[in-house]
Write a protein that binds this ligand. Sequence first.
Ligand code: HEM
Length: 259
Amino acid sequence: MTNTLAGRLAVNASVPVQASRWPARLDLAQSISGLLLALFMWGHMLFVSSILISQDAMWTITKLFEGYFFFGRSYPGIVAVIIALVFGLFILHAGLALRKFPANYRQYALFRHHMRGMKHEDTTLWYWQVMTGFALFFLATAHLWWMLTHPGNIGPFASADRVWGDNFWILYLFLLFAVELHGGIGLYRLAVKWGVFEGDDPAASRRKLRTVKWTITAFLIVLGLATLAAYVKIGMAHEDQRGERYTPAWVEHPEEHAP
Ligand code: HEM
């Protein structure tokens, strides 16, 4: 048994490899799960940033997901099911993405070498997608596990107490940049890969796509930072009443707010 590289390649070359549709199927599953997660994150940012409108708005959206306006009381179990589905999709996507990670240092070094040599923006974007993907393995898991085990602990005060009182702002600061960069690059690469928006001049439409990508990413990061600052501000002001849940005035004193 030779252990030179050439020898090993010769041995591998002699192993008959059946043409398989599985790599293409797994790629498609990765694209679809990535697209669904990116669209989920746009919705998520909309719901979480409702705190910028008012605490009542964020309370109302939270209660909507808990079925409060439908069943007359809250069922955090509904939120737990949604989180479990998102967590499952996240794990599927991460597992499929592992196939694309450099399998060893040699591949990693080779890629870095090419990236530096080519100075090709899409190649550099892919590198940052891998790096942010790696970070999301840990950052998103911490957030999803906490949410899954505390589904009823969401609201203007409950979220602010967690963001400030439990220092989740540190996790969210890294998570925000990682997820917005990763999601933005992901959607851009999906559009390029599947030829969406590809006009007569592919190079020109790719440049336009990149501009749109960076504009959306910058917008979501600025909105995310403003949202995080709002939760921190409420958390600081609420430090002495930490643990108290938010109730809108029109729920607490309905008689005073009757139409
Ligand atoms: C169904 C699943 C999810 C639920 C219910 C959820 C819920 C929330 C809530 C209520 C907040 C506000 C702060 C808090 O209460 O701690 C928040 C913040 C945040 N979440 Fe999620 N989340 C989910 C999934 C995710 C995923 C998959 C990611 C990224 C991979 C993510 C990224 C973030 C970020 C970055 C923040 C900070 C917000 C900001 O900076 O503006 N979340 N999430």
